[in-house]
Design a binder for this molecule. Structure first.
Ligand code: CTP
Length: 403
């Protein structure tokens, strides 16, 4: 199952280190090549002889082999690895990882690796709850480390609570399933707008549209499954946030959506403008409910909303990819290409209102992807989930492989 896969198993100094022997055995049995890197404290809990016998490789702990002066290259090790698994990750190792304190071979290897990193923390319950650990954990997650959370149960201290390292079989399953189907967008951040915007007329009424947010959420799932971190800026929709590395920021109006996008776009590798942004908003919003008996007819003065996609198009750096949608009823392709140029997009996803099964409320879509460089991809009618996957694959993954 894991034949040809290279794993760096990092062991730090906690009582759970004895479980790492089982984890190592599972990796080796599955056919992976494993290089164990152990911290000086780790050696107090488990002997390198046990680990090297099981892995078939000398265990690395020091920067140099004492008697020969041979240097162990953490850079080579980092590049060799397909995955790095730090189990157990003690509070101290987590703190060093979060802050780049490279004072042992495990941390230098961590800082040098381009591979996906998993960490399985293990510590006493109060250490796990300490604000310092909470802070470090959040930082590691933001850095893209996949945290395999500890379980609750009896701890070495005799206390009971959360802090026990996850069982080796479960750690193995998480790592193995990732190695079998890897995530090409790991380390990338994509901003995505979804849903409608509501433009308030008074405290109880608004101008809006029928966008359900389903297409945007399908793309969010596809991005997250491919390993990307997603900043989801979302108008009023009735959809739960998908599982994954997703920060959801709920907004109501186009102006609120724009403000979040302007702040987040510089930190992203790309953006997909999927929201059905209201083109106009009332010039002013009444502070109390407008009363019906006051007038037989009313006129609303509307002002043009900012164009979010076009604003991002002006801010775009050459390394960023910007994608928009076009929902057209006639002269579809011509209008879509015009929109792409006006907004400085790299790709536009065209859905025609004339196509059966495409549009706002349904679960299917029929999309044509057109790039600024002239590529055209006609996707067949498919579920929005499949369409989201295809879009991510064609625009973010194939594109990356080509460049
Ligand atoms: N868009 C946006 N901000 C707006 C209007 C549109 O970010 N104020 C984005 C949409 O999310 C979509 C693309 O621009 O990705 C095209 O949206 P669409 O409504 O088709 O285009 P408009 O520019 O509004 O043009 P029109 O309504 O005249 O066709």
């Amino acid at each position: 199952m894991l034949k040809g896969k290279h794993i760096v198993l990092g062991i730090s100094g906690g009582i759970a280190a004895y479980k790492s022997v089982m984890l190592l055995r599972l990796f080796v049995k599955a056919g992976a090549e494993v290089q164990v890197v152990i911290t000086p404290n780790g050696k107090e809990f488990i002997t390198p002889v046990t680990l090297s016998s099981l892995s078939g490789k000398p265990v690395i702990s020091d920067f140099f082999t004492a008697n020969t002066g041979e240097w162990h290259s953490h850079v080579d090790l980092g590049l060799w690895a397909d995955a790095m698994v730090i189990a157990p990750a003690t509070a101290s190792t987590m703190a060093k990882m979060a802050n780049g304190v490279a004072d042992n071979m495990l941390i230098t290897s961590y800082l040098s690796t381009r591979a996906k990193v998993f960490a399985a923390p293990a510590m006493d319950l109060d250490m796990w709850k300490h604000p310092s650990t909470v802070r470090n954990l959040a930082r590691l997650k933001a850095d893209g480390v996949d945290i395999i959370e500890p379980e609750a149960g009896e701890l070495a201290s005799g206390l009971s609570g959360k802090g026990r390292m996850e069982e080796p079989q479960n750690i193995f399953d998480r790592v193995a399933s990732w190695l079998v189907s890897p995530q090409p967008l790991l380390g990338k951040t994509v901003l995505l707008t979804a849903g409608p915007t509501y433009e308030n007329i008074d405290p109880v009424r608004f101008i809006g549209n029928y966008s359900s947010g389903k297409m945007g959420f399908a793309i969010v799932r596809a991005l997250s499954d491919a390993g990307a971190r997603v900043k989801l800026v979302c108008g009023p929709v009735n959809l739960p946030t998908p599982e994954g590395n997703i920060d959801r920021i709920d907004v109501v109006s186009a102006r609120e959506m724009l403000a979040v996008c302007e702040k987040e776009f510089p930190h992203a590798d790309g953006a997909i403008c999927c929201a059905a942004v209201a083109d106009y908003a009332p010039a002013s919003c009444a502070s109390s409910k407008m009363k019906r008996e006051k007038a037989d007819t009313i006129t609303l003065e509307l002002v043009k909303n900012p164009d979010i996609a076009a604003t991002l198009g002006k801010m775009k750096r050459p390394d960023q990819i910007l994608v928009g949608f076009a929902l057209e009823t006639d002269h579809e392709e011509e209008n879509a290409i015009g929109k792409m140029a006006r907004k400085n997009l790299d790709w536009i996803a065209l859905n025609s209102m004339r196509e059966k099964g495409a549009g706002f409320k349904v679960d299917t879509n029929k999309i044509t992807l057109i790039s600024a460089s002239g590529v055209r991809i006609d996707l067949p009618l498919m579920t929005k989930t499949e369409a989201g996957r295809k879009m991510v694959e064609k625009i973010f993954i194939d594109e990356k492989a080509d460049s």
